[in-house]
Design a binder for this molecule. Structure first.
Ligand SMILES: O=C(O)CCC(=O)C(=O)O
Length: 324
């Protein structure tokens, strides 16, 4: 039976050779006008819907409502526009161009909304310590739905830090303690060390996309604009060298995935997207929204409570400089 699912859409443009060289040299590149206006409009609409219906993780862990910060992850499991963007848009094709591997799987996506005046910074960090995976073939696309400058929370990077051996403690916007690899040292705040390090960021317009790898150090300030929200999303893709490597205090996986430590990321939680989506991996999701597993949610809520972190909490912190 022929596969009825669409193939990944061709991009309105590919990365140029120069952009790819910059990415390899610096660990990050800002590609202007990579996504078309229709995609950005779709995402804006979809994000409003996702904000109305945050997942349990978004609601009870990532949100800082009173400060104007909202986040959520694995949104594609519940919202069809995110699903279609993750699986069938130009992003899988672009991820294939970047990673160059025979197959590409969708890792996950996440959003970071900082309303006008939101003081919540994204502390400097590397992404790999957050994740219960090992491997290097991971590409993140950071997409902004609003014009951003450094002052309105544009993302900044330490150029070349993807080559560093150091690994720093994972840390979320708001410095939450439940998702940190506590064995690692805290990252320096590179925003205060611009003289010593090659810190780079861009004024960006919707359609511009930052491509970056799993190790490069990055962070962003709160949104100092009084008038404009800063709505950003990251879509992440991986190649076959990325495997499941569960560790304490890393990003929770609230859907059953059936993977054992050492297994390549694949299956219903990390479906193949290139050269095409595999019907069996996404059949349930194509049939409708897939809520997370109650068992996994229960275990995560227990972990939150054990970390002293409840839905109506004042958050604990491992960091002396976290002032709530
Ligand atoms: O948008 C932000 O402030 C954080 C983004 C980020 O850290 C990421 O996508 O890895």
């Amino acid at each position: 039976m022929p596969n009825p699912l669409p193939k990944p859409a061709p991009p309105s443009r590919f990365f140029t050779e120069e952009e790819l060289q910059t990415y390899r040299r610096d660990g990050v590149v800002c590609a202007r006008g990579l996504l078309d206006a229709a995609t950005i409009d779709h995402l804006r609409e979809a994000l409003e819907d996702a904000l109305e219906k945050l997942s349990v993780l978004g609601k009870d862990a990532l949100n800082r409502e009173s400060q104007g910060f909202h986040g959520d992850i694995f949104v594609w499991k519940l919202h069809d526009v995110f699903r279609d963007l993750a699986l069938f848009s130009s992003l899988p094709t672009l991820a294939h161009q970047v990673l160059g591997t025979e197959t590409i799987n969708f890792f996950y996506e996440q959003f970071f909304v900082k309303r006008a005046g939101c003081p919540v910074d994204t502390p400097w960090h590397q992404d790999i310590p957050f994740w219960p995976v090992s491997g290097s073939q991971i590409a993140s696309f950071w997409i902004t739905l609003d014009s951003v400058t450094r002052e309105s929370s544009g993302l900044e990077f330490v150029r070349g830090s993807h080559q560093w051996d150091e690994r720093y403690k994972a840390i979320t916007p708001g410095h939450d303690a439940y998702m940190m690899d506590t064995d690692l040292p805290a990252s320096p705040n590179y925003a205060d060390r611009r003289d010593e390090y090659d810190v780079v960021g861009w004024n960006m317009e919707p359609g511009d996309v930052i491509l970056f790898g799993p190790v490069v150090c990055h962070g962003s300030a709160g949104n100092a604009s009084n008038t404009h929200d800063r709505r950003a999303l990251a879509f992440r893709y991986c190649g076959p060298d990325v495997s499941f490597a569960p560790r304490h205090a890393t990003m929770p996986l609230l859907w059953d995935h059936g993977l054992e430590p050492g297994d390549r990321l694949q299956g219903n939680l990390f479906p193949q997207v290139w050269p095409q989506v595999i019907e069996e991996e996404v059949a349930r999701r194509m049939a409708g929204p897939e809520p997370p597993s109650e068992t996994q949610v229960g275990a995560f809520m227990k972990h939150l409570a054990d970390s002293g972190f409840g839905p109506n909490r004042e958050k604990p912190s491992l960091f002396a400089h976290d002032e709530d």
